[in-house]
Design a protein around this ligand. Structure first.
Ligand code: NI
Length: 195
């Protein structure tokens, strides 16, 4: 088994696990306070160039996705689902801050992120940082990511778990939405949790 395949299988196993949890938790009470803590402090650079921390988002809900702008399919699909869910909620989504945190800080500079997020939703912000900062926030959110070996032309992808996190105005974990959740279901879930 190649290393890349092994990483892919590990990512799939994680996605399956989180997807199962999402379906188990969907519509149920928040599992916050149970064994696994998801989320935590971060300090990153926003796509408008400002330094931000998790504290800057207190009082608002964070809808967070981890990915990278060169991602060929999964990231654009999930970001489009997030954007459509927010649009479906209209004014009810005013207190939700959608966030993309890159897992590819080498290529996802502030400028690259700024142009990328603007293509998905006017309120979506991108966050990047140093490798240590990205590793810290990914670790806090239990996100798996692994850069593949660059090919002859230096291209690489980042294998990563694909989950959308909902954090409440206190910064605490509320729910995850797996890849099986479409925009209609995500909007319904957000409405449920925000009520
Ligand atoms: Ni991706």
């Amino acid at each position: 088994m190649s290393r890349r395949l092994a990483y892919g299988l590990a990512a799939l196993a994680l996605i399956a696990l989180v997807g199962w949890q999402a379906s188990r938790w969907f519509g149920a009470d928040s599992p916050a306070g149970e064994a696994v803590v998801i989320g935590g402090p971060f300090s990153l650079t926003a796509s408008d160039g400002r330094r931000v921390t998790d504290q800057d988002f207190r009082g608002r809900w964070m809808l967070i996705y981890f990915g990278f702008t060169f991602c060929p399919d999964v990231c654009p699909t999930e970001l489009a689902v997030m954007a459509a869910a927010l649009d479906a909620l209209g004014d009810d989504a005013a207190d939700i801050q959608p966030i993309l945190i890159t897992l590819d800080q080498e290529r996802d500079t502030v400028e690259v992120l700024r142009d990328y997020v603007a293509a998905f939703h006017p309120r979506l912000i991108g966050l990047t940082g140093t490798l240590a900062e990205i590793q810290a926030v990914a670790g806090a959110y239990r996100v798996f990511f692994q850069k593949t070996e660059p090919d002859a032309s230096g291209d690489y992808v980042v294998d990563h778990s694909s989950v959308v996190y909902l954090m409440d105005p206190a910064g605490d974990y509320v729910a995850v939405f797996g890849r099986d959740v479409d925009a209609v279901a995500m909007a319904e879930g957000l409405r449920h949790y925000l009520d």
